[in-house]
Design a protein around this ligand. Structure first.
Ligand code: MTE
Length: 431
């Protein structure tokens, strides 16, 4: 937590509660007509009400959104050697990171779009900050205004909450709904911009503010069955907004490119990718808890292991590791190979990566090439000289500085979020 001054400290303390207590308070406010719930279906509010123990009704099951039928709507080229296109999204091929440095070049960075990339003019763009969580009237900021604040750079991943979702199906036999990402819905970049805390303070943040709701300028999200969820927006507690979130206008030393939020996006380090709203248009600052479909219908954990109303809204990402190798890569026997990969965690630095080349029977420590940092990744490598020809499975298992290690399986959730289990990477050893 960076220092935000004495007045903000009380705001932070106010807002820093468990998500469950937070939800409960939100619901009480909603029930007494204090909280607004624009865009949130009544059944979802009822589900939350049931969750908080405020009513006895058990709400109906959720249906996940379906991908839009349109083409990718992405501006940058998507060469097939670097990307796999899934509907409106482009997954990076993890193996293509092998010849990149620490950061992911814009040309290889995955794109997750609910609709299509809008073309916005930085010269006329304005950010509107408004709401009863300000001490005064709404304020507008141009890009030139933002550039007058002290710039900061954060090196951080953006990773989709559903990254590696496909392994729920292929490894655990139970799919999660949504884009079948393998491991390429992640990239690490140097993001430069200004602290959201500084801008909120300039806008006149009230000590009573509890939530902010950043909203994108891309088209409204309409599913193929016709449900209109409105513009992409997701509430965030003021505690996170004042901590390490930035309004980013540069990615890897150049102006933010169209597909990644030009001219300005939010960057919420370590949190699920949906928190980093692109093409930012406005931020509501509220003394009341806020809801959108992105913290009620989506981005909670639903399923057998979770209460009917789902888990608390997802916040931090999880831990993962992956080989920079194509799936079913062909590796000649009796040759010394240098296996490389990356490991990352939202909670702490990566302190250990172990690799198994015998399906998990034995493990060896890989060499780490970067000094780890939470919310970013660490490159690793290990030599391997296979002797036996035929199919083989390579496994990597990361541990972070909090002592958390990737488990063998991830508890299933219906939307396939936060897969953290060890991935069994199929290869063929040829004679
Ligand atoms: N912001 C807007 N306005 N619209 C979107 O569709 N997608 C979110 C987030 N911000 C999205 C958005 C999701 S789900 C993810 S994972 C990240 O952006 C992806 O960021 P990227 O496309 O720059 O990789």
């Amino acid at each position: 937590m960076e220092s935000t001054g004495a007045s903000d400290a009380s705001v932070v303390t106010d807002a820093r509660q468990s998500e469950a207590a937070y939800d409960r308070r939100r619901l009480q406010q909603w029930l007494t007509g204090q909280a607004r719930a624009g865009g949130v279906a009544r059944r979802d509010m009822l589900r939350l009400v049931a969750a908080a123990g405020l009513a006895s009704t058990v709400p109906v099951a959720l249906s996940a959104p379906r991908a839009a039928a349109a083409g990718p709507g992405i501006v940058k080229p998507l060469p097939p050697e670097w990307f796999i296109v899934h509907g409106t999204n482009a997954e990076a091929r993890f193996e293509s990171f092998a010849d990149t440095g620490f950061t992911t070049p814009v040309s290889r960075f995955f794109v997750r779009n609910h609709t299509t990339t809008p073309r916005l003019d930085a010269a006329t763009w304005k950010l509107n900050i408004w709401g009863d969580g300000l001490t005064g009237r709404a304020r507008e900021f141009t890009l030139a205004d933002l550039r007058r604040f002290k710039p900061v750079t954060r090196t951080a991943f953006v990773e989709c909450a559903g990254n590696a979702r496909n392994f729920f199906k292929t490894q655990q036999g139970r799919a999660g709904s949504g884009t079948p990402w393998t491991t390429g819905a992640i990239g690490v970049a140097h993001w430069r911009g200004v602290r959201l805390a500084d801008v909120l303070q300039k806008a006149g943040l009230s000590r009573r503010a509890v939530d902010i709701m950043p909203r994108g300028l891309d088209d409204e999200y309409v599913t193929s069955n016709g449900t209109n969820y409105g513009r992409v927006r997701r509430p965030m507690p003021v505690s996170k907004a004042l901590d390490d979130v930035i309004l980013a206008y540069e990615m890897n030393g150049a102006p933010l490119p169209p597909d990644h939020g030009h001219p300005v996006r939010l960057l919420a380090p370590s949190w699920v990718g949906i928190s980093s709203i692109k093409w930012l248009g406005d931020i509501e600052v509220s003394t009341q808890p806020l809801y959108s479909p992105w913290n009620t219908d989506f981005y909670r954990l639903f399923g057998d292991a979770y209460p009917p109303e789902g888990s608390a809204p997802l916040a931090r990402q999880t831990i993962k590791s992956a080989f920079e190798l194509p799936w079913n890569a062909d590796l000649p026997a009796h040759t010394r190979h240098r296996l490389t990969g990356r490991a990352w965690s939202a909670d702490g630095a990566i302190t250990r990566v172990e690799v198994s080349t015998d399906g998990g029977a034995s493990w060896r420590a890989a060499r780490l090439h970067d000094r780890g940092q939470e919310g970013s990744w660490t490159r690793w490598s290990i030599p391997w000289k296979p002797e036996r020809t035929g199919p083989a499975e390579l496994l990597s298992r990361a541990t972070d500085s909090t002592g958390r290690t990737q488990p063998e399986t991830t508890v299933h959730n219906t939307q396939g979020y936060l897969f953290d289990a060890v991935i069994r990477h199929a290869v063929t050893v040829s004679g």
